[in-house]
Design a protein around this ligand. Structure first.
Ligand code: UDP
Ligand code: MG
Length: 332
């Protein structure tokens, strides 16, 4: 361990890392048959080369291709664990299932499509050894993304961080290393509407951002279409911010104030100049505008209430079809 690393550790006052830590690589996979085997071999070689004991934990998130079968064949020769979910629950839940099943002293969260460069894993782990509890990747730019997606993401981060003391940093990725203390903290969070980037941020601990560009997906296509992105955005905003509710309270106050002023003005005008029958356009505009504002605010309330309903039902976050441990041990 070099001098800078020792200094970093002392500066942060962190506990020791185990001499020979077990590293769990958590890989959420949905229709990744074209990538998964190559990724497992790459990670195995990298971690073996750096001398880390490791488990490669693939969470098959209800894939419709033969991702699970391909992983199962690797379970015979590599330290691969397959957690197969009963259906597609979405990436955030797949990551949650991975965190719940990881046995390591430290976990690496990495996408199954090679977009997160595996060769960065040893660097991240070095930072963890130096004492950081969470090491995460930040994109230097968003080149390659459509203008619509970039604008949407920017608007999302502005909204979710508005008035919040605990800002979620923009451009962070799920590609990260989490110490056991962070994994245990995340496991204590029972919410079903999960926005992982918000949760990583909420738990705190010592965090380090490392700049790391995203690569091209090697095979297959991204499953994040606009509908999924919008859904994730709404989950993030409703789970981490009450600002939308407050904004509408504020707008409601402003509109009420304006209408009181307008009523006073009309009263004065009638007293001074009489009341010729006029004002249809004003009336129509006022009614439609207020109708729109009310529907929108009821919709936002509904968004929160729907999520409260999800939470009070207390359903399990996910269901597991089977867990296959390395070298073929199966548990239901
Ligand atoms: N993924 C998942 N469940 C889903 C969608 C995606 O586990 O419902 C996985 C996917 O296999 C990949 C990662 O999440 O490993 C990122 O997904 P994707 O590449 O589709 O998203 P993008 O990189 O375009 O944001
Ligand atoms: Mg991807």
């Amino acid at each position: 361990m070099n001098a800078t690393i020792m200094q970093e550790r002392r500066a942060m006052g962190h506990g020791k890392r185990p001499e020979s830590p077990l590293v769990s690589c958590i890989i959420p996979a949905f229709n990744e048959a074209g990538n998964i085997v190559a990724l497992l071999h790459t990670l195995h070689e990298l971690l073996d080369g750096s001398g880390y004991r490791h488990e490669l934990l693939v969470v098959d998130d209800g894939s419709r291709d033969d991702t699970a079968q391909r992983v199962l064949t690797e379970c015979r020769s590599l330290p691969v664990t397959l957690v197969q979910l009963s259906r597609n629950f979405g990436k955030e839940i797949a990551l949650t299932a991975g965190i719940d099943h990881a046995q390591g002293d430290v976990a690496v969260l990495i996408d199954g499509d090679f977009q997160h460069p595996p060769e960065m894993v040893p660097t991240f782990l070095e930072k963890w050894r130096a004492g950081y509890d969470m090491v995460y990747s930040v994109r230097p730019d968003r080149i390659g993304e459509s203008l619509g997606k970039r604008l949407f993401t920017r608007a999302f981060y502005v909204l979710v961080n508005l008035g919040s003391p605990q800002k979620i940093p923009a451009n962070t990725q799920d590609f990260r290393v989490l110490d056991r203390c962070v994994l245990d903290a995340l496991r204590q969070m029972p919410e079903r509407n999960r926005f992982m980037k918000g949760l990583y941020n909420w738990v705190g601990f010592s965090q380090l951002a490392v700049e790391c560009a995203t690569a091209e997906r090697r095979a297959g296509t991204s499953s994040f279409n606009f509908r999924r992105l919008l859904n994730l955005g709404l989950t993030g905003v409703t789970a981490f911010s009450n600002m939308p509710l407050r904004i509408w309270t504020l707008i409601g106050c402003c509109i009420s104030l304006c209408s009181i002023l307008y009523a006073l003005w009309e009263l004065l005008r009638t007293l001074l100049f009489g009341n010729p029958l006029s004002g249809w356009p004003t009336l129509t505009v006022a009614i439609t505008f207020l109708g729109g504002v009310q529907l929108l605010s009821v919709g936002i309330l509904g968004e929160y209430i729907g999520r409260i309903f999800d939470e009070v039902k207390q359903r399990p976050t996910y269901l597991v079809r089977q867990v296959v441990r390395p070298y073929g041990e199966t548990t239901p």
